[in-house]
Each structure stands twice: as structure tokens, then as C-alpha cells.
Design a protein around this ligand. Structure first.
Ligand SMILES: Nc1ncnc2c1ncn2[C@@H]1O[C@H](COP(=O)(O)OP(=O)(O)OP(=O)(O)O)[C@@H](O)[C@H]1O
Length: 496
């Protein structure tokens, strides 16, 4: 059992740091102590067996509240305190939690949505704590759901993805056997707990006695603070979306000399472009770069590949890797299908949506990803984009991410997103290229020249019917709270 393994490990290294924030560090003893204190509180409540919603920041208390929920046999639902209230209400309504734990003080309107939560806003170490005081006999195990994560809804209404204890255990085993093997590994813990990229650091770190180097929202949102913190922290394993690192690459101080302990970058959640990979390789020549792929429904990631010179030279779009142990991949009618022990339990209390995407193939659980891709003879997976980012324009079927990938190959383009404009009949009337250029200028004539150059270059690689009908330039592209480019917001801005 994962929680048992974490606590056993914690017992052997109680004084070691488990979770570090800018001005606070918590040891493994603190971790055990805090989990125990929350478990004691939960045991005093007469709870039904529904999940526990954990509301708050990405901090030590939220982490221990999630672990404590599992320890008493409940799945947990992580919800960040900055989630729009409407969405929080939708999650509460859909999940009908047995209890809400809030690790942040909440205001009146939040209280209206959350009800009367159990407030856990501070940790006081108990000098009498001993690991033997923790009873894990009811802890979540086997196929039982360990967490429910509501996806960001890039492609529609958010769905609660149920991931089992065994799904997570398989993911952790893979993380700890593939990738770079680092003793006392210090993991960057930046993604929100409500985004499944966070499991890449949380569980492998805690199970192996590593240290989680946590970034607060405040730090992530303030460049000066972010660099101060990053430049003084020791990080061995970097985990983020490619967009998060793109943002940092703008600053010249983001380079190996300032991060001498860094050994690996692990990316997931979005396309890792050749451009970003090359730039990273230049700035961090000795750091390994891994691309991984997977949807929340298949527990974090299910494939990985080490990006080396050979791959960089041989591909226009980087592959997303080979399947992890326990997973088999297939491509049916262009769609990537994931089979095996990473496939989650389904969408929480949504049998209709579950039936549509979670199926059984050759006796194994399988998930239809809705992503387009192909497998080569070596079993290497190539991602081509989301199937629902396909549009019909002037009668032609067009893959928006195909245009984006070709746009980014141009020297003027740093990042590109294609936004279709629709009329009232839901027909696409324009294809808008939203671009973060290499050199942004407010001079219209300069940008017109750049558009001309990009168009001419693009025409050498794509069919003429795929050419954007309009170019819009931004100095920075907005990211959503998961650190992915915020396509919804961009669509509202340019096509709304
Ligand atoms: N390495 C990668 N390269 C390209 N795309 C990736 C990669 N890893 C993940 N993705 C994309 O991200 C998707 C998974 O994202 P996630 O499970 O976080 O859902 P989401 O972005 O919240 O969207 P939705 O709410 O529509 O499910 C994958 O299905 C794929 O389209």
C-alpha cells in the first residue's frame, strides 16, 4: 500500500526534509505527525463513504489532508483555492463529498459553496508523536479509488477522473525505475495538486524518501520571486509543462550554471516542441530531457522518451515515447488507445461518459484518448493532436495542431496556437494564428513583414488551404492554472 510505504520510509528517515516551501521546511516526522493528527480528527466524524474534497493551496497541509483521507479509506478530490467558485460549486454538486477539508481560511461566498468545512489551517508538532500511533488498517488499496481529479475541460465540461490505488502504484513503480535514478532526489513540486501532473513529484518523492521543493502561487506569479527562489533552491528533478519552462527560458539566468544539481527535466501535458527542447539543451547541456505523454484518465503518463541529438535531428515533431510496463498501446482509426494497468476506474458517477471512453479490449481495461497519433515499428508513439481540434474549413479537414507544429518551425515564431472563428451555424469562417514572436514589436509594418515571411515559409510545408487567414501577435501567451496555454481564453480574446 502506498501510504504504508510512505510512512514506513518516513519512519526510517524522520529528520529528513519531505516538503520545503520558501520559508518553511517539514520533515518526514512532521509528515507522519500531521497525517496522524488529521486522521484522529476524521475518526471522530461519522462520515459516509463518499470522497473527501480537499480545498486549499499547494501546501504541506493540503498534502497531508489528502494522505490522511486515503489513510482512513476515502478517495480525495483536490481543488485549488483559486478555482472559480462556479466550478467549485459544480464539483461539489457532482461529487457530493462526505466532507470538505479546507486548508485555507475561507470567505462567506466560498462557505456558501463548500458548506461548513473542517478547517485545518495550521500544524503544531506533537512531541509525543510516534509512527506506531498511525493505524492504516482502513487505508485505500487495490482497485479502490485513491483520488478523483476534475480535468481542466480543454475539450468540454470537466469530468471527475477516478484513479485507483493500483493505477497510482504502477505509475510510481515506473517513475522510480525508468528516468534518472537519483539518491535523495529533490523534485520540483510546482503543478497544482488539482492537476495530475502533480503526481509525478508527490508520490515518487514520498515513497522513496525524496524532498518536494514546492513553489507557491505567489512565487509562480511573480518573475522576480520565482527566479530568486529557483536560483537558491536545490532541484534534481524538474517536472512541469513545456509552457512553464518556455516562460522561464526568456530569462538569461535560467541556465545550468544556476542549477548545478539539476539532472533531469520531465515534461508532460502538452506538446514539447523541437524549439523548446533545443533551447533547453543549449542552456542545460548536461541535463537529461524526457518527454512523456498521457491523459489524466490513464494516471499521469504512460509513455516516455529521452530526447537526444538523434531524435532532435530525425523528427519535425518529437515523439512522445514507448509504453511503460503494464501498458499496451494501439492506434485505431487514427486514435490512440491505451490498454492495461494505468487505465483508471472511469468518470465518477457518470456511467454514460465512462461507457463512451472506457472500454475492454482483449480482456484488459482500455481508454480511448481522443488523441490522434501513430505508432512506428519500434513501438514509439507519435502524437498528432487532439481529434476534437480538427476543423472543416472551406470543405477541407484541417488539424489545427498540425499547423501549429509547422508554424513553430519558423525562426520568427516562439509559440503558436490556431484558433478557429465560427459563425452562428458553427461553420469555421477564419483560421487565426495567435503567435508569440521571437521579437515582439508594436510597429504594425514590422509585424506585417513578419506575417508575410511566416506565410511564405509555411507554404513550403503545408497545403495552401491550411494557411491562417489572420495573424495576431502577443508578447506572452496566457497559461491556464495547470500551466498549459489557455486556448479558451485566447479564443475569447481573438475570435469571441
Ligand atoms: N507529451 C505530450 N505531447 C503532446 N500532447 C500531450 C502530451 N502529454 C499530454 N498531452 C495532451 O494532454 C492531454 C491530457 O491532458 P489532461 O488529462 O490534463 O486534460 P486537460 O488538458 O485538462 O483536457 P480535458 O479537460 O479536455 O481532458 C492528452 O490527451 C494530450 O492531448
Amino acid at each position: 500500500m502506498l501510504i504504508e510505504r510512505i510512512m514506513k520510509k518516513a519512519q526510517t528517515i524522520p529528520a529528513q526534509a519531505a516538503f520545503t516551501e520558501a520559508d518553511n521546511s517539514y520533515t518526514y516526522r512532521d509528515l507522519g505527525d500531521a497525517v496522524h493528527q488529521i486522521v484522529e480528527q476524521l475518526n471522530q466524524l461519522a462520515l459516509n463513504d463518499r470522497p473527501i474534497l480537499v480545498f486549499g493551496k499547494n501546501n504541506f497541509l493540503s498534502l497531508t489532508a489528502m494522505l490522511a483521507s486515503n489513510a482512513v479509506g476515502h478517495a480525495y478530490i483536490p481543488v485549488d483555492e483559486h478555482t472559480p467558485l462556479e466550478r467549485v460549486a459544480a464539483i461539489v454538486e457532482a461529487s457530493k463529498p462526505a466532507l470538505v477539508i479546507s486548508t485555507s481560511a475561507i470567505d462567506g461566498s466560498t462557505k456558501q459553496v463548500l458548506g461548513e468545512p473542517l478547517l485545518i489551517t495550521e500544524f503544531q508538532a506533537n512531541p509525543a508523536f510516534d509512527f506506531s500511533m498511525l493505524d492504516l488498517s482502513k487505508a485505500v488499496s487495490g482497485h479502490a479509488t485513491t483520488y478523483i481529479i476534475y480535468t481542466s475541460g480543454t475539450t468540454g465540461v470537466p469530468k471527475g477522473v477516478e484513479v485507483s490505488h493500483d493505477n497510482l502504484a504502477s505509475f510510481v513503480a515506473w517513475m522510480l525505475s525508468d528516468f534518472e535514478q537519483i539518491v535523495d532526489n529533490k523534485y520540483l513540486a510546482q503543478p497544482l495538486f488539482s492537476f495530475d501532473l502533480s503526481i509525478f513529484s508527490l508520490y515518487p518523492s514520498l515513497v522513496s524518501g525524496g524532498e518536494l521543493v514546492s513553489l507557491s502561487r505567489d512565487e509562480v506569479g511573480n518573475f522576480k520571486k520565482l527566479f530568486e527562489r529557483l536560483n537558491q533552491a536545490t532541484i534534481n528533478t524538474w517536472i512541469s509543462t513545456p509552457s512553464f519552462v518556455d516562460m522561464l527560458l526568456v530569462d538569461p539566468s535560467f541556465k545550468q550554471a544556476n542549477h548545478s544539481a539539476l539532472q533531469q527535466f520531465i515534461f508532460c501535458g502538452e506538446e514539447l516542441t523541437l524549439k523548446t527542447a533545443r533551447r533547453l539543451q543549449e542552456k542545460f547541456p548536461d541535463v537529461k530531457i524526457y518527454n512523456t505523454y498521457g491523459p489524466t484518465e490513464a494516471t499521469g503518463a504512460i509513455s516516455s522518451v529521452l530526447i537526444d541529438d538523434k531524435l532532435l535531428a530525425a523528427n519535425d515533431r518529437l515523439p512522445v515515447g514507448k509504453a511503460k510496463p503494464g501498458v499496451k498501446l494501439a492506434v485505431e482509426q487514427g486514435e490512440i488507445i491505451i490498454m492495461g494497468d494505468s487505465v483508471g476506474n472511469g468518470y465518477f458517477e457518470n456511467p454514460q461518459k465512462t461507457r463512451a471512453s472506457f472500454v475492454t479490449i482483449e480482456g484488459q481495461p482500455a481508454f480511448k484518448t481522443g488523441d490522434a497519433g501513430s505508432l512506428d515499428a519500434d513501438g514509439m508513439l507519435h502524437y498528432q493532436g487532439r481529434m476534437d481540434f480538427q476543423v472543416k474549413f472551406n470543405g477541407y479537414r484541417i488539424e489545427l495542431q498540425d499547423i501549429e507544429a509547422n508554424l513553430v518551425m519558423n525562426e520568427h515564431v516562439e509559440q503558436a496556437v490556431m484558433i478557429p472563428r465560427y459563425n452562428e451555424d458553427h461553420k469555421v469562417t477564419a483560421l487565426i494564428a495567435v503567435i508569440k514572436p521571437h521579437a515582439y514589436s508594436t510597429d504594425k509594418a514590422t509585424m506585417r513583414q513578419i506575417s508575410k515571411a511566416i506565410k511564405a515559409d509555411l507554404l513550403t510545408r503545408v497545403m495552401d488551404y491550411m494557411l491562417p487567414t489572420k495573424f495576431v501577435y502577443f508578447e506572452e501567451l496566457p497559461l491556464n492554472q495547470n500551466g498549459k496555454i489557455d486556448r479558451k481564453l485566447l479564443a475569447e480574446k481573438v475570435a469571441g
